[in-house]
Design a protein around this ligand. Sequence first.
Ligand SMILES: Cc1cc2nc3c(=O)[nH]c(=O)nc-3n(C[C@H](O)[C@H](O)[C@H](O)COP(=O)(O)OP(=O)(O)OC[C@H]3O[C@@H](n4cnc5c(N)ncnc54)[C@H](O)[C@@H]3O)c2cc1C
Length: 235
Amino acid sequence: MPQLKSFGNLSLENKTIAVIGGGVTGLILGLAALRDGYRVDVFERSDSITDVGAGISFDINAAKVFESLGLGDVIDRISYRSKTSTYRTHDTNKLKLFLDYSNTSGKVMCLRAEFVREVAGLLPKDQLHLGKKFESLQQHHKLVTIRFKDGSSYAADLVIGADESTPVFSHQVMYRDVLNLSKVTDLDPELLNSTIIPAPGDKHVVLFPLKKGTLLAVAAIIRIDHDEGWEESWL
Ligand SMILES: Cc1cc2nc3c(=O)[nH]c(=O)nc-3n(C[C@H](O)[C@H](O)[C@H](O)COP(=O)(O)OP(=O)(O)OC[C@H]3O[C@@H](n4cnc5c(N)ncnc54)[C@H](O)[C@@H]3O)c2cc1C
């Protein structure tokens, strides 16, 4: 991955970077900045890098970025790499779309919590700050001061938001689980692809293997047409 030497007109030489949010984006950004030799601090509102989440699937471009950051071994250890994606009709099981990634190292599919924990473990402990809920920021001359809910503050040259604030309900509701395949005999080999089964009424089912094919992520996504009682959240 090319080294980030400037951000707009700002040269990043000897600059400090603060990243708000310790999810996938914030941690990967932190790791990339660290690998490029910058002083970077990641601030996450949760008190721990949470175990919450089921399967997550990263497309081939994200996989390339992870590999360029030296995460290839981690990926091989904890994930499943799929060389194809298929879309099938819900009623006749007919193939609607086939995507072939055989000339790449494949899509990466893993348990979100495990991936996030592994990447967090590659950041120096004193540069990943937990329990730091961002509240506001203020620019003073060339530095930006960030203020947190606990009353503390931090000044950096560059602040990057990776907090995925999505306060508006997307109307998509996902029911998800992870199934243990180790006792399943007669497994349809196609389940070891990434499969999407669209159904009428904005519904679809997503299936993809995890953990070297020993687990299967299953997500059923439906559309809810009203807002009452719903708010946007992964929890
Ligand atoms: C708990 C959780 C579980 C998830 N589970 C799944 C899953 O099972 N399958 C799947 O495909 N995707 C899941 N996702 C979503 C998926 O990880 C993201 O959509 C995608 O990776 C985008 O990553 P992101 O880093 O941009 O955002 P996120 O992964 O949403 O990360 C944003 C981070 O910013 C932190 N944050 C938010 N506000 C503040 C603030 N004010 N101050 C400091 N920190 C803040 C959040 O706590 C979070 O850790 C989950 C996300 C979360 C947060």
